[in-house]
Design a protein around this ligand. Structure first.
Ligand SMILES: Nc1ncnc2c1ncn2[C@@H]1O[C@H](COP(=O)(O)OP(=O)(O)OP(=O)(O)O)[C@@H](O)[C@H]1O
Length: 259
């Protein structure tokens, strides 16, 4: 077995993903470097969410290579080999999906209860730490999801994604549905968490403010593959026709004008 390259937590080469006859990814190559915040953009249906499912080991690719934390992954690997890799990444899905019948505290405790054998009191203490870390007030721990504002809900979902101290955090359109102030506060939280915890972030978003505020590099997904990887600013200047179309709207023009 070769040496593991831990400086590249995610490495995809020639990835192909399908649902029946629908080809989502074909010949997709991508590297995510340790400690970076990588944005993923692309038109609706270009396969951004499915890509996160592949990286988080929820969807098996049809073909191609996936390395996580330097280890070659085969979804046919036994659960006992996949589980340690799964534990090193946290995912915040598009729908946020907290369990509505559980309090925030119980939601954040859940991954710890499922994946560790820590005593209940310690699990509760760790969960409360995560709730504080994402900037939620103490009393939010006892609330049910329906009793939280949109911004607080997202923070609670981030706390749950951080429950097992992941090195890699995958975020699927985290600011969707938030007002601009709450969205900006969430972006600030991601920057703080990244600095404080040394996290690697993968951020799928349609929100250009988030791209410019949070990411170091942005990968543009189109035609089933990564068409270009560059800084948000450079990508908005791309001459690749599809990318130029994507960024050619009024909001993107604003960023160029501010440059
Ligand atoms: N479970 C599934 N079964 C069948 N097709 C699926 C499934 N999940 C996703 N798809 C299809 O795969 C394609 C890519 O979907 P995906 O959700 O990754 O797009 P996306 O880039 O995240 O889009 P959006 O920006 O609208 O969220 C779409 O055509 C979608 O309909």
């Amino acid at each position: 077995m070769g040496r593991r390259d831990e400086s590249v937590p995610v490495e995809l080469a020639g990835l192909e993903t399908r649902f029946g006859a629908l080809v989502v990814h074909q010949g997709l190559d991508l590297e995510v470097r340790r400690g970076e915040a990588l944005g993923i953009v692309g038109g609706s249906g270009s396969g951004k969410s499915v890509l996160l499912s592949v990286i988080s080991l929820l969807k098996a690719p049809h073909a191609g290579r996936l390395k996580l934390f330097g280890e070659e992954v085969d979804m046919a690997m036994s659960e006992s080999r996949l589980m340690p890799l799964r534990r090193r990444l946290g995912v915040m899905f598009q729908q946020g999906a907290l369990f509505s019948s559980l309090t925030v505290l119980e939601n954040v405790m859940l991954p710890l209860t499922e994946h560790t054998r820590l005593p209940a009191l310690l699990i509760e203490e760790f969960a409360r730490l995560k709730i504080a870390l994402v900037g939620l007030p103490r009393e939010a721990a006892q609330r049910y999801p329906r009793e939280l504002s949109g911004g607080m809900l997202k923070r609670a979902a981030v706390a749950r994604a951080l429950a097992l101290d992941p090195e890699l955090l995958l975020l699927d359109e985290p600011s969707a549905g938030l007002d601009p102030v709450s969205a900006a506060e969430l972006d600030a939280l991601f920057n703080t968490l990244r600095q404080a915890l040394g996290l690697t972030l993968i951020l799928v978003t349609h929100d250009l403010d988030s791209l410019f505020t949070v990411t170091d590099r942005v990968a543009y997904l189109g035609q089933g593959r990564v068409l270009e990887v560059a800084s948000a600013r450079d990508l908005t200047e791309s001459h690749e026709p599809e990318i130029a179309r994507y960024f050619g709207n009024a909001r993107a023009q604003r960023f160029r004008a501010d440059a």
